[in-house]
Design a protein around this ligand. Structure first.
Ligand SMILES: [Fe+2]
Length: 272
């Protein structure tokens, strides 16, 4: 079989030399191998392309080519590694924080004091009523990079579930010493921190609202309006219509306990 192939090859080359003449034939022999190499390089065949084909056939150079078992296994392995790498990269990305509702109590009046300590209003003799808590975290993009200079507006109900807002007609009492709103900006590490009063639950037209704090976050290229919930209010959260509506994303809106009266919550903006 091998001898017949060699003989056949020699016969073809003899015919080619006869037809072309000796000089062109020698040039052809000299250039054939590099030209063939260039042709092969012009059409790279990617492992993923092969795996996409069915039944061990692939489309290359506008033709179907049979894939040997070894080549198919090799390309399948390469594709598998590539896909696993992509999945791992996706796994490392942070899930963006769930969108929330602005709600009917976004402040309509600016305050004289809008600093990060909501428990004291400048010039007041008394601190706000209720359990003082510290809430801190970072603003990050989905790759985990800190978003420096993000502007946060924060507002919430007081210790008995009342907003200092004309739309809030609840009979629960207002606390004149509770600031209820602040504006802060993230630092170099995307860090932010507030001192406030643990808000109480309250009744609303859509049912009882579990304790929460409202955030309006403006990053470099994205704005996020959301609500933060407390992880130690699990039963109350489970009965809240808006919290339940977050579904699988609820955990992104949940602050974790980080010591006595301290909560941590990172806000993730898709693009920072
Ligand atoms: Fe609210």
């Amino acid at each position: 079989m091998m001898l017949r192939r060699v003989a056949s090859g020699l016969m073809i080359e003899k015919v080619r030399v006869t037809a072309m003449g000796e000089a062109p034939a020698l040039l052809w022999f000299a250039m054939r191998a590099p030209l063939a190499a260039l042709w092969r390089r012009r059409k790279p065949c990617y492992g993923l392309q092969r795996v996409e084909q069915r039944g061990g056939w692939t489309m290359r150079d506008n033709q179907y080519h049979r894939i040997t078992r070894r080549a198919f296994a090799g390309s399948a392995l390469a594709a598998s590694i590539a896909l696993t790498g992509a999945a791992k990269a996706a796994d490392k990305m942070l899930r963006p924080t769930a969108l929330g509702d602005l709600g009917p109590f976004y402040p309509v009046e600016r305050l004289a004091d809008e600093d990060a300590d909501l428990t004291w209003i400048k010039g007041h003799a008394k601190r706000a009523i209720g359990n003082v808590i510290e809430v801190s975290g970072r603003v990050l993009d989905r790759h985990g990079n800190p978003v420096q200079g993000a502007d946060l507006e924060v507002w919430q109900a007081n210790s008995v579930g009342r907003y200092a807002h004309p739309n809030d007609t609840a009979t629960a009492s207002l606390d004149p010493d509770f600031q209820g709103y602040c504006q802060i900006r993230t630092g170099a590490g995307g860090d932010w921190r507030i001192t406030t009063i643990k808000p109480a639950a309250y009744d609303s037209p859509i049912g009882r609202r579990t304790p929460h704090i409202h955030f309006d976050v403006r990053g470099k290229s994205q704005r996020l309006v959301t609500q933060m919930y407390f992880s130690d209010d699990a039963a109350s959260n489970a009965a809240d219509m808006l919290y339940k509506g977050l579904g699988d994303w609820a955990d992104t809106a949940l602050a974790s306990l980080d010591g006595a009266a301290k909560y941590r919550w990172d806000i993730v903006l898709m693009d920072g």
